[in-house]
Design a protein around this ligand. Sequence first.
Ligand code: NAP
Ligand code: MG
Length: 505
Amino acid sequence: MHEPLTAAEYKAIAAGLQLPTNAFIDGAFRPANSGKTFTSTNPATGEVLAEIAACDSSDVDFAVEKARQAFDDGRWRHLSPGERKEVLLKLAKLMEQNRHELAVLESLDSGKPVRECQTVDVPDTIHTIRWHAELIDKIYDNTNNVGANALAMVVREPIGVVGCVLPWNFPLLMLAWKIGPALAAGCSVIVKPAQETTLTTLRVAELAHEAGIPAGVFNVVTGSGREVGEPIGLHMDVDMVAFTGSTPTGRRFLRYAADSNLKKVVLECGGKNPAVVLADAEDLDLVAEQVVNGAFWNMGENCSATSRLIVHASIKDELLQRIGAYMREWKTGDPLNPENRIGALVSKTHFEKVKSFLDDVKTEKLSLAHGGETYEGVFIEPTVVDGVTPKSRLFQEEIFGPILSVTTFENLAEATALANDTNYGLTASIYTGSLRNAIRLSRDIRAGLVTVNCFGEGDASTPFGGYKESGFGGRDKSVFAHDNYCELKTIWIDISERSVDETIR
Ligand code: NAP
Ligand code: MG
């Protein structure tokens, strides 16, 4: 069902698209109160796609008011879990029916290869919504063993109005990671997509309305971080913010919470993820294939991207040679051509940032093992840089582009120390034929997700998020994500002798 179409078919879909341009608040599309707009472009061509509502704090206030009304009158949270499930399953179905359109919209807006949008982003997004829908009527609350004189219940209640502030690298999937559990729990949401990538979020809001999500429950306020993100963070009537993006912006949300109503904050931030390849790795072709996928999938614009290859010195040359062979399969070019696996970077600004790391290769006199070219527009060839030391910016900073650094080690202790030599702790992968080494390293690397002999992010049932400066306050995906969007309430009922009403005795 999610097989790619041909380039001509994708271009025909692109030509026929009606692009959403307004914010979506209280069940309807609305321009910004100020009437201002910002320009959404296709990074692969530089073409203008649409003028989108540039909202500000007054639009945020209006959306929060509507979201609060919807929450308070119970039009969504008071439905039975089974009823909410049915509506969310209908949303998943509508997304499936519109899957080609969603894939093309995502590709046009972000520069991502349409092939990936069609085969990964869209199906994973739909699966995430389904998974959380299916979970809601299978969660049990607790009654506690507190003795004969009382009944104690611990129940989950939806947390209230949730602000979801999203990045541009996986617009659909990050949306689903937040709204899947938030809507399932019964919350009202106000989504702020990244300015670069607003189109699919607006389309999903429209489909959610069609599926039966009541007005005011799913709002999208478009605009910049300063004009929309900050007012959400500082709002006195927003109960929680779920954020994915960079660590510096994540820090701001903690400050916003401290300076306003102590709203709950869950952050998924950056990563500087190692792939550690031990000398006893069994199949270097498999390692090469997985490392290339980890480093260059989504142009490396991925918080869980493999960014540092930490390899035993004795096998480095052979592994780099095999990596080169797999890299030849990753063609760069027009994102709407499903033959290409590397599309455009998201913007000129981001392209310049990634390119500055290529400049470091020259100034630090590092050696280019593969790649290193930039192309017209905002395309960067997948690149592997050898001889990188922990002091280098390439080793320490998140690049968020298709550049892999290579560092060697001699023993397991050194490998562990190198892997942990970062302020981030999101993901890591380990390649070894030894069960003992795999378990030792999995435990010793401080990261929220460790994969062994593969690159990946688990599935919908496994939590995702980071240690150290990669995250805060909770995890996306899985039953643990459901708990992010709930408060725990203790209800203690005294049933002791003295509390029994004399009149009914
Ligand atoms: P970003 O600059 O932190 O932006 C993320 C979101 O925050 C955007 O919607 C942005 O709005 C908004 N924002 C920016 N400045 C703000 C401010 N002062 N106050 C409130 N909101 C503000 O990150 P990005 O450039 O979009 O995404 C790339 C980063 O996200 C990378 O560092 C990557 O590692 C991280 N990321 C992490 C994960 C994860 O799960 N851990 C997943 C994906 C990405 P505008 O951009 O529209 O102004
Ligand atoms: Mg765009």
